[in-house]
Design a protein around this ligand. Structure first.
Ligand SMILES: [Mn+2]
Length: 328
């Protein structure tokens, strides 16, 4: 019977040198998977190197004290023997999604590309791959790969995998969290992982300015339609005043939906010198993807956005008019 690790067995036996990459704006699942994959390949006597397009978030760096994660354009030049490497792409099945910097530097140089992923979509089907859409995270798949090769888990790899799983499952609650996810978590804990330590690294390393910008955004809240819609603003002035980055402010869009009865949240936002943008989040059947697309943007049914050509205040008023359809 064909084992679903067969394509990987074949790939790993064909090459000696590997480039491991994850998607642009890397997250804990992609980065954790890279560290675990790096350790696995080393234990097999292979020569792996990690190359990403975008910088690693500071909070992840405790898992990379060895500086194994290389970022194109950041004190890193491709090794001379790059054309002898085969690539392994984690946490996306769309090769383009490794980011323009890595894609342009590697696409014509690496010998082959192997995809390991857990997202829906067909992009990976033309390449050798392990794609398990039912897996909670790519780290869950990589745990099974390490088991398949009978290699021991290092504490670093176990922490990296645990962090990726915690992140991608929203701390073991999102829909793809399964009994298998918990079994793997138990095994990782037995290897020496301290769950609370990982939680602290992922969720309790925010800057004071990120807390201050959140306070400022919340202070703009407009509660509409009997508390079913909350609208908020993130302005360049707030960024200047708090010193927070735009990306530290953006997650505030999710806070209103934690309030009972709120079914929609919108955030009108603008980075220093950036365009005015609209973000929309909803629950249930309220489809904001159609609003985003009608305004030149995109997204999913419950999470979508677009860039506006209007002024900040005009955009705010227009966004409120667009949401009216759900509440009239
Ligand atoms: Mn993932």
């Amino acid at each position: 019977m064909k084992n679903h690790f067969d394509p990987l067995d074949e790939y790993l036996s064909k090459y000696e040198k590997f480039v491991i990459s994850t998607h642009e704006s890397p997250d804990w699942d992609g980065l954790g998977g890279e560290i675990a994959m790096l350790e696995l390949l080393k234990s097999m006597g292979k020569k792996p190197i990690i190359i990403n397009s975008d910088p690693t978030p500071d909070s992840f760096l405790f898992l990379d004290l060895e500086h194994d994660i290389n970022v194109i354009g950041k004190d890193f030049t491709l090794p001379d023997d790059i054309t002898e490497h085969a690539q392994i792409v984690l946490d996306t099945n769309d090769y383009d999604n490794i980011g323009a910097a890595a894609f342009n530097a590697l696409k014509d140089r690496v010998r082959d590309v192997f995809i390991i992923d857990h997202h829906e979509g067909e992009y990976g089907s033309g390449r050798p791959n392990i794609i398990k859409a039912e897996a909670s995270s790519v780290c869950e798949i990589i745990f099974h790969i390490i088991e398949h090769y009978g290699k021991p888990l290092t504490l670093r790899a176990a922490q990296a995998l645990f962090a990726g799983i915690v992140f991608d499952t929203g701390s073991f609650v999102y829909p793809k969290t399964s009994a298998e996810t918990f079994r793997i978590a138990a095994r990782l804990e037995e290897t020496g992982v301290t769950p609370f330590f990982i939680h602290e690294q992922i969720y309790e390393q925010n800057s004071l300015s990120s807390f201050e910008i959140r306070g400022q955004i919340l202070s703009t809240m407009d509660v509409l339609y009997d508390g079913r819609l909350i609208a908020m603003k993130l302005t360049p002035e707030m960024l200047r005043e708090t010193g927070a980055s735009f990306t530290e402010g953006e997650p505030a869009i999710n806070l209103p939906l934690t309030v009972k009865g709120v079914v929609a949240s919108i955030l009108i936002k603008q980075d220093l010198n950036g365009p005015v943008k609209v973000s929309m989040r909803t629950k249930g059947d309220l489809d904001v993807a159609q609003i985003a697309m009608a305004n030149g943007g995109g997204g999913h049914k419950n999470a979508a956005g677009y860039k506006s050509k209007l002024s900040f205040e005009e955009t705010y008023q227009q966004a409120l008019r667009n949401m009216k359809r759900f509440f009239a």
